[in-house]
Design a protein around this ligand. Structure first.
Ligand SMILES: [Zn+2]
Length: 287
C-alpha cells in the first residue's frame, strides 16, 4: 500500500467536517476514542515507515489544536508533552513512533519466546533458518525491508529483557503499554493529575484546567507573543488597562477578584494561591 493511502486511511475520520467545530476537549475525545482504534490496528500489524508516522502525528497535532487565528494553528503545548499519560502531565495521546515500536515489540517477544503462530514459524523457517537466536541474528542484505527494520529496533528493545526474559511486567508477559512507558524519556509523576482530571468536572473544564495549570491558556498576551494580529492585548473585563495575562485574569483583575470574593463569602471557603497550580495544590492538601 502506498504511504499516502495509509496516512489517509488512518486520519480520514478527522477530516469529517462536523468534528472540526468541537472544543479542544471534544477533539481530544475523538482522537482517543475513534482514531486510536484505527491507529492501534495499523500499528499492531506493521512497522510503519518514519514518513507515515511523522505525517500522522502532524495531522493529529493540527486536528487537536485546530483553532485557527490568522490562518495559523496554534499548538498550546508541545506534542512531546501531550503524548504522555495523564498521570505524567500529558493528554494520553500516543506518540506514533514510540507506540508503533512498543506494538511491534509484541511480535518480537513472540519470536523470542518461540510462540507458535504462523508469522513466527514463517520467520524462523525463512529468515532465521530455524537455528538462530533473534538477538544474535544479523539479517542478510537481501532480506526484506520489514525484516531488516524489525532487527534495527533490537537495540532499543534489549532494555526490556533481562537474561532473555521480558522484565517490564511481573509475570513476564508482554505489555504494549509497559514497553511504551519505557520509551518515554524521564517522565515524572504529576501529583495534581487526579485533581485536574477529576470525574466531577466536565471534559471542557478539565481541558481548560489542564491548560491553565501548564500556563498555556490562549490569553491575549499569549496571542501577542505568538505574533497573532489582535486589536489590543488589554483585559476587557476591568478598567485597569492591564494586559490580559493568565495571572491577571485569575488573580489580579478587578472583575474576577470581585466575583471570587463574593463566591468565597457565599461558600465560606477562601481559596489560597497566587497561580492556578498553587490553588490546585491547596485544594488537594485539604482533601
Ligand atoms: Zn482585568
Amino acid at each position: 500500500m502506498e504511504c499516502h493511502q495509509l496516512v489517509e486511511k488512518i486520519t480520514s475520520r478527522i477530516k469529517i467536517g462536523y468534528s472540526r467545530t468541537l472544543s479542544y476537549a471534544g477533539r481530544l475525545q475523538i482522537i482517543t476514542a475513534i482514531l486510536f482504534c484505527l491507529y492501534n490496528f495499523w500499528e499492531a500489524v506493521f512497522i510503519l515507515p518514519r514518513s507515515v508516522l511523522k505525517e500522522v502525528d502532524k495531522q493529529w497535532r493540527d486536528y487537536l489544536w485546530g483553532n485557527k487565528e490568522d490562518g495559523r494553528k496554534i499548538a498550546l503545548v508541545s506534542w512531546d508533552k501531550v503524548c504522555v499519560p495523564k498521570k505524567y502531565g500529558g493528554l494520553n495521546i500516543k506518540n506514533c513512533a514510540k507506540w508503533n515500536m512498543a506494538s511491534v515489540g509484541k511480535l518480537i517477544w513472540q519470536l523470542t519466546m518461540k510462540q507458535v503462530t504462523l508469522w513466527i514459524r514463517w520467520v524462523h523457517g525463512l529468515c532465521m533458518k530455524d537455528s538462530e537466536d533473534f538477538w544474535s541474528h544479523t539479517p542478510p542484505q537481501d532480506s526484506s525491508w520489514y525484516w531488516r527494520k524489525s532487527n534495527s529496533l533490537k537495540a532499543e528493545m534489549t532494555h526490556w529483557y533481562h537474561n532473555g526474559r521480558y522484565w517490564l511486567t511481573p509475570n513476564g508477559k508482554y505489555s504494549v503499554s509497559s514497553s511504551y512507558q519505557a520509551l518515554l524519556n524521564n517522565v515524572q509523576r504529576w501529583k495534581e493529575a487526579d485533581l485536574v482530571w477529576s470525574s466531577l468536572l466536565f471534559p471542557r473544564n478539565m481541558f481548560l484546567l489542564w491548560l491553565a495549570s501548564r500556563k498555556r491558556l490562549l490569553t491575549k498576551e499569549r496571542l501577542g507573543r505568538l505574533q497573532i494580529q489582535i486589536d489590543s492585548t488589554m483585559c476587557e473585563l476591568c478598567y485597569d488597562l492591564k494586559e490580559e495575562t493568565q495571572r491577571h485574569l485569575f488573580y489580579e483583575c478587578g472583575w474576577t477578584t470581585e466575583l471570587r470574593d463574593k463566591l468565597e463569602t457565599w461558600s465560606g471557603i477562601k481559596i489560597e494561591g497566587k497561580e492556578v497550580l498553587q490553588s490546585i495544590r491547596w485544594i488537594k492538601r485539604r482533601h
